[in-house]
Design a protein around this ligand. Sequence first.
Ligand code: NAP
Length: 307
Amino acid sequence: MDNIHDLVIVGAGPAGLTAAVYARRANIEVVMLEASAPGGKMVKTAEIENWPGTKKTTGPDLAYSMFEHATNLGAMYQFGDVSNIKNDGNIIEVECADGKVYKTKALLIATGTVERLLNIPGEQKFTNRGVSYCAVCDGAFFKDEVITVIGGGNSALEEALYLTKFASQVNVVIRRDVFRADKMIRDKVYAHDKINVIVKSIPVEVVGDDKVDGIVLENVDTKERTTIPTKAVFPFIGLDPKTEFVKNLGITNEFGYIKANEKMETAQKGIYAAGDVLEKELRQVVTAAADGAIAAQEIIMYIEEHE
Ligand code: NAP
C-alpha cells in the first residue's frame, strides 16, 4: 500500500518552516517539499531588522536557524517542484514535475511569491550576466561599478541601500516621482550620497555585448529615451504568488493569491495555506511565521479528527 503522510508542506520559507516546527512538536509526521533553497525570500534578503527579539540579523542566518530547528525536530526535507494537486476529499495527491507523487492526509501550501519580470528586450539574455533579482547573491560581483535598481517599493529601496556596500553608485529608477516604500527607508535613501534617484522613467531595454553595459530608460512624460551606463540591473518591481499548480482547485483570487479563512483553511478539505501566498495585507517574515503556526494547530486537530 502507498505510504500516506500526515502532512506535506509545499514551500520551506518562514510559513512552512514554522508550521513544520509546530507540527513536529505535536508528533505529526511532516514532509517539506521545496524547489529551491530552504528559507524562501529570507535567503535573498540582506538584513532583517524586524524579527522581534533580534535587533539585526541576515536573511540567510535566520533562514538557516529556522531550517535547522524544523529538521532537528524531525521534519523531512525533500527537493520537490510541485506541478499539480488532486484532492478526493480524503487523501490529497501532490504531484511533482519529476513524476514523484506524495499522498497525504493534509496539505499546507506555503509557496510564497516570485519576482515580477520587467519583460523588456535584453532582460532574459543578460540574466546572470548583469541582470539579477537577488542583491545578496550577486551584489558583490559589482564592486566599484554602477548598479541600477528598478522599483520604488520596500524591496527595491532596501536592496539599493545594501548594494551601496559594493557599488560606486546606485541608480534607483522609479516610474512616478514618489516612492511606494515606507518613510523610514525613503529617508535613508534620500540621505545616501551613493544613491541617485531617477524619477518618471521606465526601463525599455537592457543593453550590452557579452555582459550588461547599460539600460535604456524612457521618460514617461516626454517619451525621450536615454541610455544610462550601468554594469548591473536589479529589478525589484513587485511579486506574484506561486500558485500555478493549484489553479484548478478554485482556491485562488483573480490575482492568483490563495483565499483562506482565519484558520488558514482553503475551500478544499484538508488543504491549508500560509504566508505570502495568501490574499492578505501584510507580507512579512513575522506574519508568515504566525500564519504557519495557526495553520499547523488547525492541521493537528484536523488530522486527529481524520483518524
Ligand atoms: P511593491 O511594494 O509592490 O513595489 C513595487 C515597485 O515597483 C513600485 O515602486 C512600483 O511602482 C514599481 N513597479 C511595478 N511594476 C513596474 C514596472 N513594470 N516597471 C517599473 N516599475 C514598476 O513590491 P515590493 O517592494 O517587492 O514589496 C512587496 C511587499 O513586501 C510589500 O507589501 C512590501 O511592503 C513588503 N516588503 C516589506 C519589507 C519590510 O517591511 N522591511 C521589505 C520588503 C518587502 P509604483 O509605485 O509606481 O506602482
